[in-house]
Design a protein around this ligand. Structure first.
Ligand code: NAD
Ligand code: MG
Length: 398
């Protein structure tokens, strides 16, 4: 490829569902992308295979024991990747001077510090880790602005909205003739389950998503529709759109990935097969287009598309997310942290499915939203307080 520069990448969360999809796109374009750092938590075998294939300069794991084992195995096969471990190593990998682009694909709050470090270092950030933006919206967006970082959404809905907004969208919705956004949602595995049966659903049933193959946490979030709630907050920060102009629409086929409504009556959407390699390839190559390995959309096979209003009674997590956005302050941080704790407790079979929103609502009732968040330290303190409150509510129910 003549004339264009090779992009140097760090992947935070390379062994997860988004990480693996990212490497699949990168593998198709070896002349465009070079991996500088691959970061994971505990999946040693997968990270080893990735290092052998992509030969990054750096690899990061969660602890010293795993890192020593990875280093030994890489040395044995002659791979010279330097191995480090722990949160500080993640921060370094996100801010290395030779890195152009950081894929932020760690799940949950653990992804915030390195993603923020990438923003402070002025990187191009491909944001999958929506929890980072939900918990630290104002702090994160300020870091992006002040350091000239570029933020491109990987979440399929937000990537679709990004593609459907005017090319020169400045963040001023009134000035751009945009009336509002529609975020599409599949409705998850329990869209049609009787509400009375929801309390007895298992983690396995909750993780069996009809259209997307994803990590466990986001799969449970899709089943409660907290995923869509987090995405409403994510859209608010990414596009500077108020909550009353962000509407959720259930679309079980997951072919329309989201839509933008304009003052002249136009509605612009992005469509495609549900495959995360599309938004990943879009953001990697932006503003160009590259092949992603995704099957072309066959409209004749799709034949018909359906849209429904979400039932807030069936999905109380969606209402809680709108409440968090309306309350402002640290309410979204509380929502996110309590949700992470409650989802883990559900996966560990400590609480039932319908207890998840009760724990989150309980934590939000206990912790005043008025707490202001000016820095990463403030955000992490609010996150900790909400985790403690949620854990106590869970223990209190046992
Ligand atoms: P996953 O569980 O499959 O992978 C998570 C990754 O994060 C793994 O590589 C893991 O090693 C790493 N990780 C976990 N805890 C860590 C820690 N404490 N420190 C460092 N690394 C850690 O998750 P996923 O489905 O790939 O989702 C990743 C993020 O992308 C989430 O925020 C999710 O909401 C978002 N997202 C995912 C999809 C999808 O299709 N999977 C779609 C849209 C958005
Ligand atoms: Mg999404």
């Amino acid at each position: 490829m003549s004339g264009s520069k090779v992009q140097n990448l760090t992947i935070l969360g390379s062994t997860g569902s988004i990480g693996v999809n990212t490497l699949d796109v990168v593998r198709r374009h070896p002349q465009r992308y070079r991996l500088v750092a691959l970061c994971a938590h505990r999946q040693l075998d997968r990270l080893f295979e990735q290092c052998v294939e992509f030969r990054p300069c750096h690899a990061v794991l969660g602890d010293a024991v795993l890192a020593a084992e990875l280093a030994a195995r890489l040395a044995a096969v002659g791979c010279r990747t330097a191995v480090a471990y722990g949160p500080e190593a993640l921060l370094r990998a996100a801010a290395l001077p030779e890195v152009d682009t950081v894929m932020a694909a760690i799940v949950g709050a653990a992804g915030l510090p390195p993603t923020l470090a990438a923003a402070v270092a002025g990187k191009k950030i491909l944001l999958a880790n929506k929890e980072a933006l939900v918990m630290a919206g104002a702090v994160f967006m300020r870091a992006v602005r002040e350091n000239g970082a570029i933020l491109l959404p990987i979440d399929s809905e937000h990537n679709a909205i990004f593609q459907s907004l005017p090319g020169d969208y400045s963040g001023d919705i009134d000035d751009s003739g945009v009336l509002g956004l529609f975020l599409t949602a599949s409705g998850g595995p329990f869209r049609l389950t009787a509400v009375a049966d929801l309390d007895s659903v298992s983690p396995e049933q909750a993780c069996a998503h009809p259209n997307w193959v994803m990590g466990q946490k986001i799969s449970v979030d899709s089943a409660t529709m907290m995923n869509k709630g987090l995405e409403v907050i994510e859209a608010h920060w990414l596009f500077n759109v108020p909550a009353d102009k962000i509407e959720v629409v259930i679309h079980p086929e997951s072919v329309v990935h989201s839509l933008v409504r304009y003052a002249d009556g136009s509605v612009i959407a992005e469509l495609g097969n549900p495959d995360m390699r599309t938004p990943i390839a879009h953001a990697l190559a932006y503003p160009r287009r590259i092949a992603a390995g995704v099957e072309p959309l066959d409209l004749f096979k799709v034949a018909s598309l359906h849209f429904e209003r979400p039932d807030f009674g069936r999905f109380p997590c969606l209402a809680l997310a709108y409440r968090a956005l309306a309350d402002g302050g640290c309410a979204p941080t509380t929502l996110n942290a309590a949700n992470e704790v409650a989802v883990q407790a559900f996966l560990d079979r400590r609480i039932g499915f319908t207890t998840i929103p009760r724990i989150i609502a309980g934590a939000m009732d206990q912790l005043p939203a008025s707490r202001t968040l000016e820095s990463l330290a403030d955000v992490l303190a609010a996150d900790r307080a909400a985790r403690e409150a949620a854990e106590q509510l869970i223990v209190g129910r046992a």
